[in-house]
Ligand binder design. Structure first.
Ligand SMILES: [Zn+2]
Length: 318
């Protein structure tokens, strides 16, 4: 079997090490070589693409068949080496679907700023004019999202904005995909417009540590209201739960003076809190972000929607 090319590993690592592109184990990249597609394995980090074996080879045609509804959609059955214990990313099906050699999917902060509001999506359409680009509505990552992508792309599509989720860029070479990412990032770049807030003067709740970079999420009235109102993209839900709570107990807590994470929070949880600050801190005043909603959250956490509502209600009245 062919090896994973060094320049593709380097691109993957560069994206993974940039918190404005990828946070924790989020995002994934793939490389097609004939019938073989190398895809990031589930739970691994792109940041480690040059130092660890994070890619798994799958049968591209069989993975593409799963994108069109065959199998269970996990692509586990398409892994070529039966000895390999890595599982292909949940997003493998859309990589297989795209007829481009290199596909990179990020949770780009600049893209998220645009992708979570109607005003932002309208602005993105204008800014990306002339690029081979489509916008795809929110769906649960996996086969549902792949289906929505399949309905909208053409053979020319190289840029996909995933509503309330992120960015996909593709090209016939590592360089072409990398250039496309750079072009989209250049066009969608957003300045931070929230002033840094003073560090909290009080002690955090017992067992918690202040995350000083996120202080504006507590102190800026607009950002605080947004952080408490809901979740805006899937990985936030997966790593931090739904809206940020104002009572200690979970991983994060929004107090009057600052935001704290439980001592021993994982690097992925820390990265996701930073991501929320990075996204909301760039949101123009007149853009109104839409939370993904309780049904989408329940779906991501594999909860029955009604049970999820009850659990949230119990937590908020506790
Ligand atoms: Zn994703």
């Amino acid at each position: 079997m062919t090896a994973v090319p060094a320049d593709f590993r380097a691109l993957s690592a560069r994206l993974g090490q940039d918190p404005l592109q990828v946070q924790g184990p989020g995002g994934n990249t793939s490389f097609k070589d004939g019938d073989v597609m190398w895809i990031k394995a589930s739970g691994t980090e792109l940041a480690e693409a040059e130092t660890k074996d994070i890619f798994v080879a799958v049968d591209r045609e069989r993975a593409k068949a799963e994108a069109m509804g065959a199998g269970d959609g996990t692509c586990k059955a398409t892994v070529l080496d039966p000895e390999n214990t890595l599982r292909p990313s949940i997003e493998t099906t859309f990589h297989a679907l795209l007829d481009w050699k290199v596909v990179a999917h990020t949770h780009s902060v600049a893209t998220l700023v645009h992708a979570i509001s109607a005003q932002g999506r309208a602005a993105a359409r204008e800014k990306l004019a002339g690029l081979p680009f489509v916008l795809v509505p929110y769906r649960k990552p996996g086969v549902p999202l792949t289906g929505a992508i399949a309905e909208r792309i053409t053979a020319e599509t190289q840029v996909i904005i995933l509503e309330s989720h992120g960015l996909v860029c593709a090209g016939e070479s590592v360089e072409a995909a990398s250039d496309m990412i750079a072009e989209v990032e250049r066009r969608l770049a957003m300045p931070v417009h929230v002033a840094a807030a003073p560090a909290p003067a009080t002690a955090p709740p017992d067992g918690y540590v202040w995350e000083e970079h996120a202080t504006p999420l507590a102190c800026d009235p607009r950002l605080r209201a947004l952080a408490l109102a809901g979740s805006y993209y899937p990985d936030h839900v997966v790593f931090l739960g739904a809206a940020l709570p104002t009572e200690p107990g979970g991983v994060s807590v929004v107090c009057a003076e600052g935001v704290a994470l439980k001592s021993g929070a994982t690097s992925s949880q820390t990265a996701m809190l930073r991501c929320l600050m990075d996204v909301l801190g760039r949101l123009p005043e007149d853009w109104t972000p839409e939370a993904i909603g309780l049904d989408a959250e329940a779906e991501l956490l594999n909860w029955d929607a009604e049970k999820y509502r009850q659990a949230l209600a119990e937590k908020s009245s506790a």
